[in-house]
Structures are given as C-alpha cells and as structure tokens.
Write a protein that binds this ligand. Structure first.
Ligand code: NAG
Ligand code: NAG
Ligand code: NAG
Ligand code: NAG
Ligand code: NAG
Ligand code: NAG
Length: 398
C-alpha cells in the first residue's frame, strides 16, 4: 500500500519535473532569461541560501528513517561538522611558467598543473542528511550535469534506494559545474529541480573536466569524512555501467577483509606515453615505469572505514590527473592492496565488440559491474536480468 503511494507520488513529481524542464528549455531560447544567473561563481549569499535550502528542505521524505549512528570514525578534535570551504580562493601558480619543462607541456597539462594546488571548492548542492544512520551500501555515481537521462535510469534500476533484509541502500550522484557557459545557464536550474525531487545530488563549484575527476574523488572523500559515519560499504562508479546490487550484497555478506577494496585491478599498469591517447601522461608528471595497483574507476567497492583512511592519505599527496590511478596511490600510502575480482568488468568484457557475451543477460546476471551500457540498453538489460530468466549453466563468479 505504502509502496503504491510512493510510486504514485514519484510519478506525479516526475511529470512536474518534465513540464518544468520543457518550460525552461523553451524559455532559455529567448535571450536574457538566464543572464542574471552568473553561475560560474555563485556569490556567497547565493551559496548561503543554497545551503539553507538544503538543510531546510524536506529531503528526508524519501530517505529511510534510521537512527543516528555513533561517530566511530571521527578523527579527533577540530573535525569539521559541515563543508567548511565557502569561497574560491585560488589563483594560478604562475611560478611554473618559468620552468622549461613546463613550457613544453600540452595546454591541458599546463592547465592542470597551474591549478593543482587548488584542493577544495565550495558546495553548490549539498544533502547533509543523506548519509545519516546505518547504511549498508552507499552507491556513489560520478555524473555530469547534462547527463540527466543516465541518472534517471540509474534511479530506476541499480540505484534504486531499497531495503532488503534490513540492509539499507542509498544512492548519491557527484557533480561539478558544466563545461560550457550555455550549459551552465540552462542545466543548473534543472539540476536544482532534480535535486528537489530526489535529494541525491552533491555538486561542487569546479569544472567537470576530465582532469578534474580526481577533484571529484577527493571532494567525495572529504564529504564522506564529514557527513558519513555509519556507512559499511561504498560502491563507487560511472554512470554508464550495469551494476547488480543484489550480487554486491551477496558478495559482501561473506567479506572477511576489514580494509576491503575490490574491483577490476591492474597490478602493473604502465603510464601511457602516446600523446594521442586519452590517458597520456608526460614523464615530467610521472616518471616511474609502473603505477601502483589500482582498480578501474568504472566501479569498485570499499569499506566505509577504509574511505576515511583514504581521505587522510589523499591529503598527503599531490593531485594526479587520472582519478583511479590517484586512488591507487592513496592505497599505496596506507599499504592496502586492492583485490581483483572477476565480477568487475570495467575495462571491457572481451576484446571482440560483437561477442555474444555483450548481450547475454545470464552473463550480466552473474556480474557485479559491467561497463558500458547507455540508458536504453541498461533499462533493457535490467528488465531481462530481473525477469524470469533461466540460465542453463550457473556462471559462478561470486
Ligand atoms: C585568499 O588567500 C590569500 C592568501 O592565501 C589571503 O590573503 C586572502 O585573504 C584570501 N581571500 C579570501 C577571500 O579568502
Ligand atoms: C611562487 O614563488 C614565490 C616566490 O618564490 C613564492 O613565495 C610563492 O609561494 C610561489 N607560489 C606558489 C603557488 O607556489
Ligand atoms: C546496521 O545494519 C546492519 C545490517 O545491515 C546490522 O547488522 C547492524 O547491527 C546495524 N547496526 C546498528 C548500529 O544498527
Ligand atoms: C578544474 O576546475 C577548476 C575550477 O572550476 C578550474 O579552474 C580548472 O581549470 C579545472 N581544471 C582542469 C584541468 O580542467
Ligand atoms: C623522478 O621524479 C622525481 C621527483 O619528481 C625525481 O626526484 C627523480 O629524480 C626522477 N627520476 C628520474 C629517473 O628522472
Ligand atoms: C515468473 O514465474 C513464476 C512461476 O514460474 C510466475 O508465477 C510469475 O508470474 C512469473 N513472473 C513473471 C514476471 O513472468
């Protein structure tokens, strides 16, 4: 009965959201509608009101009510109780431009290095209560502002906030600001409406660029250190993957490791030196022959307590442009070895793109995370996997 009401309410909210979306998109084509919205850097008063709205709003409508959990991981005194970065105070480190190795670097690396010391940015959208209580699994998804359709499908499939056998699953999306000015104007308001409906967005005031993905990582770790003290496990991943929360919970039920960090681990990956490659790294940035072991950022699982330790480790390192490698470096600092698991397919399933495995629901049913499925395919695969599927041969991965 309650479930039915919730569904109805969600439906109504969704229709409302769509109407608003259309209105805004329509209106935004007329110039001047958004010009008052200089969203590149929100003034402090706007930030304040944003913060106020977040704490005032009845976000906990959707949240599962649970009791406040004791702060087992709070790190001593002086521990902030809310996000304590409220202004952008960051100027480029022009000293670098005097160095010869710097001047020969590609512009994107120069940009990265000039602002590498700018560590934390203010929050634009926060949901401080989202992580209160006893949460078995916190699903954390890296997303960008324009990909609303991916978030929507995730909320309807693997990111559904459910409670199974008293196990509480919560979902959060991590965002920066839009890359293009025209996107900032149109999409920021939409994102705020989306957050009003679902209350599952964390947004910081940095550009959502490829090299800023590591910022997203450290911002989440810092956020988690402030607001999450009852989280047992975290699944962190991309917004274009297939995930089986059922298999995750089943796998975690028998986890013996207090410092679990598990995923699709590369043990001796070499930095890529080909300039055309997306992951190219010049030797002036990293000169060792191998990276420390790291798990593909498409999807991995760690314990809540390990995330707190990773936060402290991250603060001892300079930012590195590839986010999953950066986490590998943090793991190395605290001497934790990531675990490789066959159920995580974040670097592709098989080499052959036309392989039947790519469409085989019984294969997906046996996995924990598989990259790369876009909204329509994800929805279809989710339906197939959760239908009355009979798999002849039980693929035992777990
Ligand atoms: C920014 O930082 C500089 C020194 O790092 C300080 O002098 C200045 O007051 C800061 N400005 C703001 C707005 O915090
Ligand atoms: C740049 O160099 C000056 C003088 O050497 C130094 O005081 C300053 O801290 C440097 N800036 C950064 C961001 O390292
Ligand atoms: C939190 O939930 C788990 C089940 O996921 C349960 O085993 C544990 O006892 C709960 N802890 C508290 C403090 O409620
Ligand atoms: C990361 O975001 C900051 C703040 O928006 C921006 O100044 C910087 O240029 C971005 N860095 C990269 C490499 O895109
Ligand atoms: C690698 O870089 C480090 C510091 O960034 C430097 O101390 C070391 O000498 C470099 N090694 C080689 C082989 O260039
Ligand atoms: C699945 O199969 C069971 C019995 O085999 C049946 O009762 C049920 O209605 C089926 N569900 C769907 C969604 O087809």
């Amino acid at each position: 009965m309650f479930q039915w009401k919730k569904k109805l309410y969600k439906g109504v909210c969704l229709s409302f959201f769509l109407v608003i979306t259309l209105t805004i998109l329509q209106r935004s084509t007329s110039p001047g509608f958004f010009t008052q919205d200089d969203s590149k850097s929100l003034g402090s008063s706007e930030l304040l009101s944003a913060h106020k709205r977040d704490t005032d709003s009845t976000n906990d409508f959707w949240a599962v009510k649970t009791e406040r959990h004791s702060r087992e991981d709070a790190s001593g005194s002086g521990h902030p109780t809310e996000w304590d970065v409220t202004s952008i105070n960051c100027t480029a480190n022009w000293n670098l431009t005097k160095l010869s190795w710097f001047t020969t670097l590609e512009p994107n690396f120069q940009q990265f290095l000039l602002y590498r010391h700018c560590r934390y940015f203010p929050m634009i959208i926060n949901n401080p209560k989202k992580c209160k209580g006893n949460i078995t699994l916190l699903i954390v998804v890296k997303s960008i502002i324009t990909q609303h359709d991916r978030r929507e499908v995730i909320r309807r499939t693997w990111g559904k906030e459910i409670e199974v056998d008293g196990k509480n699953i919560q979902t959060l999306f991590l965002l920066g600001t839009a890359m293009k000015a025209e996107e900032r104007a149109n999409y920021q308001k939409l994102l705020e409406y989306e957050n009003k409906i679902y209350g599952d967005i964390l947004q910081w005031d940095f550009l959502d660029s490829f090299f800023n993905l590591t910022l997203k990582e450290v911002h989440f770790l810092k956020w988690m250190n402030i607001y999450c003290h009852g989280v047992h496990y975290i699944f962190k991943g991309d917004d274009d993957v297939f995930v089986s929360p059922h298999n995750i919970v089943e796998y975690l039920d028998t986890n013996p490791y207090p410092d679990l960090f598990v995923g699709d681990v590369l043990f001796k990956a070499k930095p890529i030196r080909k300039k055309e490659n997306k992951y190219y790294i010049p030797t002036s940035l990293y000169n060792k022959s191998h990276y420390p072991p790291y798990a593909g950022g498409g999807g991995f699982i760690m314990t809540g307590s390990l995330a707190h330790r990773l936060y402290r480790a991250s603060e001892t390192l300079e930012l590195y442009p590839i986010d999953d490698v950066f986490l590998g470096m943090c793991l190395e600092v605290i001497n934790v070895k990531p675990i490789m698991h066959e159920g995580f397919k974040t670097f592709g399933i098989v080499k052959n793109k036309n392989s039947k495995l790519n469409k085989e629901p019984c294969f997906f049913k046996s996995m924990i995370v598989v990259h790369k499925l876009l909204p329509d395919d994800l929805m279809n695969m989710w339906r197939l996997v959760n239908s009355n599927l009979t798999c002849s041969r039980k693929v035992s991965i777990l």
